[in-house]
Design a protein around this ligand. Sequence first.
Ligand SMILES: *Cc1c(COP(=O)(O)O)cnc(C)c1O
Length: 353
Amino acid sequence: MRFPLSMPSLGTEEHKYVSEALRDGWISGSGKYVDSFEAALCRVVARNFAIATSSGTSAIEVVLRALDIGPADEVIVPALTFASPATAVVRSGATPVLCEISPEHWTIDPRCASRLVTNRTRAIIAVDLMGHPCEFDQLESLGVPIIEDAAEAHGASIGSRKTGSFGLASIFSFHANKAISTGEGGAILTDDEDLAAKCRVVASHGMRPDRPYYHNVLGQNAKMTNVTAAIGLAQAERWSELTKARTGVELQYRNLLTPLRVESRPIADWATYSTWLTCVLSEDPEAIVRIGRSAGIDCRRVWPPIPASKVFERFSSGPYPVAEMVSRHALWLPTWSHMDNSSIEEIVRSLWG
Ligand SMILES: *Cc1c(COP(=O)(O)O)cnc(C)c1O
């Protein structure tokens, strides 16, 4: 592919910190880069505690276990998202309750969520879908703990409040195609000191901090390695540069596509979005993906609705017309930070020229 869907931006600091971590010899799931990366994340999103994890998915699993969510519990998740939130809930033993998304911004629709709350609802996993913040005020008014999934929303905000700082706890992913990337990796952020301590224990084998090799809670190994955190620290120091550059790429696509009457994903006027992948709508997205493939441009259809996958089918309480509409018509265009204008122009010309 001449134009991949995405690529990370790895600079000299990333190389330098990784070399230092290797030279240091401390490569496992603790160490000075893990501490520094966690501190940098707290600074960037204005949260008190951060726990770096092996992935965004394991971050969600750890939060659910730290909150003691399991069989007999229900967790509300959006009907359209990358599968991680639904997967994590099923793996916890709880039931994912699938919620319709809003046509105005494609994140969980608070009115639909309010109809799904029961006395077994333990949390709502609010996904800032494709970098668009959720309607947190309305979701919080439902009186259920919110877990913010900001995996696709590095650098977005509502007013001065940054994504990754909402809810009881939030998670990020740093997968290679995300705006801030460590290859694989994630993090949990919270202002709740007890919850932070519990998450750290769960993510580290459930081992008692005061008595090693004794386990009062069932844990898992979800730690980020020191080498990975070295990449993360360099990326976190470039947070603003990387996220702004990526948003600029989406804006440039929009400027070129609007005159061609190609519709972009919707943005609510109260939200400051960030860009993960540029997302547009088409009557026939499959045709565009096909044209792209023959021109060496990696465009992708967005995910199917969650209940379209066999493992989640039985949790459907649909229909989910908005989730289905987005899934049928939306596609992603190649997007990375510092993508040059001539590449964007060439992609638009090849696909819509
Ligand atoms: C990428 C992503 C995750 C986590 O992905 P990992 O690959 O496990 O880091 C979680 N939720 C959403 C919405 C995502 O897009």
